[in-house]
Design a protein around this ligand. Structure first.
Ligand code: ATP
Length: 312
């Protein structure tokens, strides 16, 4: 049984449908990424998981408990760092962790945790004086101090420089290594690729893709991009456009760019051979998670939710 099970979740705010029919499983020991553009419903989904928001419809279970109702049980199982940490600017790092520890029955030792997260030297420094990376580490410390089975981290590394971001990723790997399940809300594809065992992509409040980051790329409409130089006179773009597995053909001067599946690449190579066209500067590359993500969430009309794409 999944540690967190979300089924047919719906939540509205007045006339805004924040999430609609969201299904999501989180298994013990996983790092799960929740991705999507601004307003996609990521925070609403994790707030429902944490019991901070009550769903209008559908069910959420955390280790069998209903998060919004079974507050006491869920508080003991879950650590949450949401977008605004709410930490008082005047509290020191140690005071902030000790304060949150006081809400839990069997908390971790705040000083040990602060050391473990590399905040020992700034334990007596006020929150407002910490660097962005240190503030994020402190947010992780407050989420972990109750010894949760699962921790929800919302846009943890937004605004951090690349080094601080990588350090935070290492920290999250360690958190998982010590047995804690992680739900990570992120806008960063590299973060998802580096950290997540599985991702759920939301757009317009609906799930548009689910699977391992590699699955999501492989199942995207165009998993491969090839480009080569061939003059328009010998190879017009429309010859390739109708081939099976070819999704998009674009000519930029003498250079052709073809996006599609692996079968599409083979079909293009066969046409080149038949026409005895030698593709100069041939390059074939896999679509990145960034590209697959953009294709999934790009919508012609921003008011319209994209169609559900069955890729799992
Ligand atoms: P972001 O990446 O910008 O944080 P998100 O994917 O987390 O976005 P949500 O914050 O869940 O998206 O918001 C989903 C939709 O619900 C948005 O249209 C948002 O404006 C709306 N919404 C969220 N919370 C509330 C609220 N408390 N009151 C009214 N509308 C809300």
């Amino acid at each position: 049984m999944p540690l967190i099970e979300v089924r047919a979740l719906r939540k509205t705010y007045r006339s805004t449908v924040a999430v609609e029919h969201v299904d999501l499983d989180v298994h013990e020991g996983e790092i799960i990424g929740v991705l999507g553009p601004n307003g996609a419903g990521k925070t609403t989904t994790v707030e429902c998981m944490a019991g901070l928001t009550r769903p209008d419809r559908g069910t959420v279970r955390l280790a069998g408990h209903v998060p919004w109702r079974d507050r006491r049980q869920v508080t003991g199982l879950l650590g949450v760092q949401l977008q605004s940490s709410g930490l008082q600017a005047k509290l020191t790092a140690r005071e902030a962790v000790a304060m949150v520890a006081a809400f839990h029955d069997a908390p971790a030792d705040p000083d040990e945790l602060i050391e473990r997260l590399g905040l020992g030297r700034v334990a007596g420094t006020r929150y407002a004086k910490l660097s962005g990376g240190q503030q994020q580490r402190l947010a992780i410390a407050t989420a972990l101090v109750g010894r949760p089975r699962v921790v929800i981290l919302d846009e943890l590394t937004t605004g951090l420089d690349p080094e601080a971001r990588r350090e935070t990723w290492e920290l999250i790997r360690n958190v998982r290594g010590s047995g804690t399940t992680v739900v990570l809300v992120t806008h960063l594809m590299e973060e998802a690729q580096q950290l997540c065992d599985r991702i759920t992509v939301l757009a317009g409040g609906r799930v548009v893709a689910e699977g391992t980051p590699d699955d999501v790329v492989a199942r995207s409409a165009s998993s491969t991009v090839m480009s080569f130089t061939a003059p328009a006179a010998v190879l017009p773009a429309d010859v390739l456009a109708g081939l099976p597995g070819v999704r998009q053909v674009e000519r930029r001067g003498a250079r052709l760019e073809v996006a599609g599946t692996d079968d599409g690449v083979l079909a293009v190579l066969r046409v080149l051979q038949e026409r005895q066209v030698e593709p100069a500067g041939l390059r074939v590359s896999a679509t990145t998670l960034d590209e697959a993500y953009l294709a999934l969430v790009r919508r012609p009309d921003t008011d319209t939710a994209p169609a559900m794409e069955e890729i799992s």
